[in-house]
Ligand binder design. Structure first.
Ligand code: N2P
Length: 341
């Protein structure tokens, strides 16, 4: 009898799991109406857990998350290490016909040739958010953070490559430099910025945005979409792409190697790649869509906004964060020093 009960419990758990899709995603990156529509269409219940950086996500996956989540949303540069660590499973492309909707610019990316493990979700950039009610002139440079002669409190971003990227661009270097001297110089600048009386701490992109909106800082290093969405709700805040340039990201949907419900994961990825769903996502998030078939449904004013779809001289200064292989260690070492001192 006991055995039978245990078996029943096991079977009902397995059945319940098949009705669930577990999404592990950056905070404030999903329209709840899209989740509701997906649940209704497929009779699945979506459970969501949130993270604030690629480093957070990777640590969770390595600590057992690899068998707990069905869909995750890693950025470009982290995908090759995740593949190497065997944390991802190849996509079954027969189950994702909507992959054809991706703009060729965002399909077959260098960090995942042939979209073997990932499909583009949204893209964007980091930059500076500021309080219009606390500055005399709108900022246009990383100097408001890295020049000690400037004034105004700031929140730094707790994410290695974006924050180091800002310091590197301010110094005139590439976000993807492999030159130890340049990485160390950026680390030194960042350490000084952290130690400054003007610094109010490190936060994830959303946390930094929230502290700025709450009025605890004049400037914050944030992601564009979060800031642009907040600015549409609060006239006192705005976002700027610093003139020196900043980090671009392409975030992607992927399936952990031991996902409990890969079938639901493929359905979800295909759903997000629907033209109208892709547009709904970007219109809600205020991040750019990598889905070409979604473009006709994107809000016109967002398509014209260079802080969402950069063009010309702005675009020329932005750099995609690349996987640096072994040289990523240079960044990790410098970052650890910045955070621990
Ligand atoms: C949305 C998170 C932005 C994604 N809050 C940064 N890769």
């Amino acid at each position: 009898m006991k055995k039978l009960l245990a078996l029943l419990a096991f079977v009902s758990l397995a059945l319940a799991q098949n009705k669930e899709m577990r999404l592990f995603i950056w905070s404030e990156y999903m329209d709840p109406a899209i989740i509701a529509a997906f649940e209704k269409q497929y009779g699945l219940k979506v459970r969501i857990e949130l993270y604030e950086s690629n480093e957070d996500m990777l640590a969770k996956l390595q600590a057992g998350g690899v068998s707990q989540y069905d869909v995750i949303v890693p950025s470009d540069f982290i995908i090759p290490s995740m593949v190497q660590l065997k944390l991802l499973q190849p996509l079954d492309k027969g189950k994702i016909p909507n992959l054809k909707n991706l703009d060729p610019k965002f399909a077959n990316p260098p960090f995942d040739p042939g979209n073997k493990y990932s499909a583009a979700y949204q893209w964007g950039m980091s930059g500076i958010m500021y309080r219009k009610d606390k500055v005399k002139t709108p900022p246009d440079s990383w100097a408001v953070i890295f020049d000690p002669k400037q004034s105004g409190n700031y929140v730094l971003m707790d994410s290695i490559r974006e924050m180091m990227g800002g310091a590197l661009r301010y110094l005139g270097y590439s976000i993807n430099t492999r030159d130890p001297k340049q990485v160390q110089a950026a680390g030194k600048l960042l350490l000084e910025a952290k130690k400054s009386k003007r610094a109010v701490g490190f936060e994830g992109g959303v946390g930094a945005k929230n502290r700025l909106v709450a009025g605890s800082a004049t400037y914050a290093v944030v992601y564009n979409g979060d800031a642009i969405k907040a600015a549409s709700e609060n006239p006192n805040v705005a976002f700027v792409v610093p003139k020196e340039g900043a980090a671009l990201f392409l975030d992607n949907m992927a399936i952990p190697a031991k996902a409990p419900n890969p079938d639901a994961a493929h359905k979800f990825i295909n759903f997000i790649l629907e033209p109208k769903i892709g547009a709904q996502l970007s219109n809600y998030n205020r991040y750019a869509t990598p889905n070409k078939a979604a473009l006709p449904f994107i809000n016109k004013e967002d398509l014209k906004n260079p802080a969402i779809y950069p063009t010309g001289s702005v675009k020329a200064k932005l750099e995609f964060v690349l996987d640096l292989g072994k040289d990523a260690r240079l960044y990790d070492e410098v970052w650890t020093q910045v955070k621990s001192r």
